[in-house]
Design a binder for this molecule. Sequence first.
Ligand SMILES: Cc1cc2nc3c(=O)[nH]c(=O)nc-3n(C[C@H](O)[C@H](O)[C@H](O)COP(=O)(O)OP(=O)(O)OC[C@H]3O[C@@H](n4cnc5c(N)ncnc54)[C@H](O)[C@@H]3O)c2cc1C
Length: 383
Amino acid sequence: MDFNFTEEQQLIQESAREFATKIIAPLAGQIDAEDKIPAEILDGMAELGFMGIPFPEKYGGSALGYEYYVLVQEQIARASAGVATLFSVHMLGADAISIFGTEEQKDRYFPDICKGKLHPSFAFTEPETGSDPKQLVTTVTQDGDYAVINGVKRFISAAAYEGPIVVFCKDTEVGGVSAYIVDKLCPGYSLSPAWEKIGGHGSPIYDVYLKDVRVPASNLLGQRGQGFDILLLGIAFGKIGTSTIALGGILAAYEDAIKYAKEKLHRGQPIAKFQAIQLKIGHLAAKYHSTRWMCYRLGTLANDILSRRSSDWRQFEAEAALVKGYASDTAVEAAKLSMDVHASYGLTKDFPIERVYRDAIICPQIEGVSDMQRIIFAGSVLF
Ligand SMILES: Cc1cc2nc3c(=O)[nH]c(=O)nc-3n(C[C@H](O)[C@H](O)[C@H](O)COP(=O)(O)OP(=O)(O)OC[C@H]3O[C@@H](n4cnc5c(N)ncnc54)[C@H](O)[C@@H]3O)c2cc1C
């Protein structure tokens, strides 16, 4: 057990912090207002090698472990949850192709994914199902060398960017779920207007309409009927990103509370002198440190799965659920504590906590709501 960063981990954390502070943070209010990420941010992340951080060098990746991804994502999320959400989804779609894709599929997509020219998506939610993907009704049928997909996917992130989207479909011929890689914006692919949501701006979500979308049968990801396994492991990897969006929010809440407590004066003294404020800072510190070590460990568990040091996918899925549920709910608690330090000023757009608070509320509801995460983990120890 070693709780110290290596020199390389420290370097990447510092470079992510510098990029987030100098390039993302000054634009965070604009991203929130416009629901759009300026290209210079995504280009800058790609230049630093972040878009392909855990993927092999032969595909243009940085060949670093998932703990590096967590260190980078934490700092990005500290500056903007919207940018971090897009980054998380980019990795979610890429992870599924990286783990289950053929060499040909990886060669086709990864160089541009790692350069940030393509942003993958991952589509399981539908109007009739979120928490229970076994109920999905999007269909795939075979037509010669082609697979034909029809259905509606709901709340899909990064759906308007070019790139592959992993679509989960009911495959009645084999009696299960199959996953297909579709090129976004292809014929038959269209989008609803972006949903208006409370936070996470910069990463809009859409309904994706798939009408007779034809893809070569070779776009199948994994085996026919294996889609549910791909979905579960893919989402488990996705939870590394979502947990770390929450972690970055907690860090923002914590650091902003410290800053405000030192600046705001009452009778000529900073409010930091009040014990009630000190208690809140103490609670925030505990929330930050407990969550960060859970997230860093989840990154190393992902490495274990991929390097086959562990083959217990189900245990990894349970651990990812545990961390995601905890980190998400803790982000909401931390945002509330920091808001209480700021009091009424925190409700105004003059202070970042107003945005951090709205962003935090997103975390427990996405990629499986928090209660479902606890139920998943409980299942791993009870049955
Ligand atoms: C910002 C954002 C980005 C998103 N991005 C994507 C994306 O890229 N791709 C994608 O596919 N989806 C995406 N989603 C959708 C998201 O993952 C789902 O909305 C989420 O999984 C929850 O599903 P639901 O909203 O349908 O909730 P429901 O399943 O309707 O759940 C409602 C409530 O019922 C409870 N509940 C449901 N079933 C059970 C049960 N069996 N036992 C106990 N309680 C239960 C839940 O805990 C919850 O409290 C995104 C959503 C948002 C807001």
